[in-house]
Design a protein around this ligand. Structure first.
Ligand code: DON
Length: 304
């Protein structure tokens, strides 16, 4: 019998069908070529059951939704103290790609904006395999299938990556970045180009909801304390300069990506993922935000 949860997810798509506001990300040419009308939503319980509706098997690049997982991995690799020496945990109140560092510390303000995420990528262990391969391995264990880089997206962003490169030079000059800027940015951009579906993302988010343990395989990927730290940073900084609005309305830790995905985590209960490529002025999926708002209202996800 078809689960009523699937019928409910269908209504989330129907209720937001009128939302055509926002624009495709055009600073990465390959993303500007996406089909703007694709849409999908998925939920995964902490028992590992996935419910999904819409374009559930459509692949798109993970983009900034890779940042929380890289941050959690960096905490595993280097320890929280070392990571905090390189990257702050304060909301920046600025756009995700702002060319800014905390003037007091010379560090990126948090790991969810590009400056912090490039710094995070450079902190990942890369002695046995490259940091990118380690991240792909991590994504694959989280999603329970092999996750690969979308080479067209990676090449497209690398060709237009001057802003991130500029940021990386700034970080290098302030001492926050421990790698050669071009190496760090190339790795970071490939990490962002990993190709995923909403099903994958719901499982990844559910692992965070489950305190760092992948619900189906039982593998502990992140420590409980590292996961709690990460979720706190997602709650305060995950939606960039819309973080306050998001926390008061939707009310759960979340992270968006510029290809149109958003993940949300209700600790102890579920991971949520939505996808729709048109973005609002903050770089968050416009229809995705509305879908999350409906899910939060209907299912009582708001933590406060
Ligand atoms: O570095 C960038 O600009 C992209 N690879 C990721 C940005 C992103 O996803 C912003 N989020 N909404």
């Amino acid at each position: 019998m078809r689960s009523p949860i699937l019928d409910y997810l269908d209504t989330i798509i129907e209720q937001t069908a009128h939302i055509e506001s926002g624009a495709l990300a055009d600073y990465i040419p390959e993303l500007a070529a996406a089909d703007p009308d694709r849409v999908a939503v998925a939920l995964c319980t902490v028992n590992g059951t996935v419910y999904a509706s819409g374009d559930t098997d459509h692949e798109f690049s993970i983009q900034s939704m890779s940042k929380p997982f890289a941050y959690a991995q960096a905490i595993e690799d280097r320890g929280l103290k070392t990571v905090l020496r390189h990257i702050g945990v304060e909301p920046s109140g600025e756009a995700f790609n702002e060319l800014s560092l905390d003037p007091q510390t010379g560090k990126p303000r948090n790991p969810m904006i590009n400056a912090g995420a490039i710094t995070t990528h450079a902190l990942l262990k890369d002695d046995e395999e490259s940091a990118v391969d380690r991240m792909l391995g991590l994504f694959s264990r989280l999603a329970e299938r092999p996750i690969k880089v979308d080479e067209a997206v990676a090449a497209s962003e690398l060709a237009t990556g001057d802003r991130n490169l500029g940021l990386a030079y700034l970080l290098h000059s302030s001492g926050a970045l421990r790698q050669e800027p071009r190496t760090a940015v190339t790795g970071y951009i490939r990490q962002c180009a990993a190709s995923v579906t909403v099903r994958d993302l719901a499982l990844m988010a559910a692992t965070l909801a489950n305190g760092g343990v992948q619900p189906n395989t039982g593998e502990r990927l992140f420590s409980r304390s590292g996961t709690r730290h990460l979720l706190s940073v997602m709650a305060s900084c995950g939606m960039y300069d819309a973080a306050g609005d998001w926390l008061t309305t939707v009310g759960i830790p979340a992270k968006s990506g510029v290809a149109g995905g958003i993940i949300g985590v209700l600790p102890g209960q579920i991971g949520v993922a939505v996808f729709s490529p048109r973005l609002d002025p903050h770089g968050n999926s416009a229809r995705g935000v509305e879908m999350m708002q409906l899910l939060s209202d209907d299912l009582g996800l708001h933590l406060m």
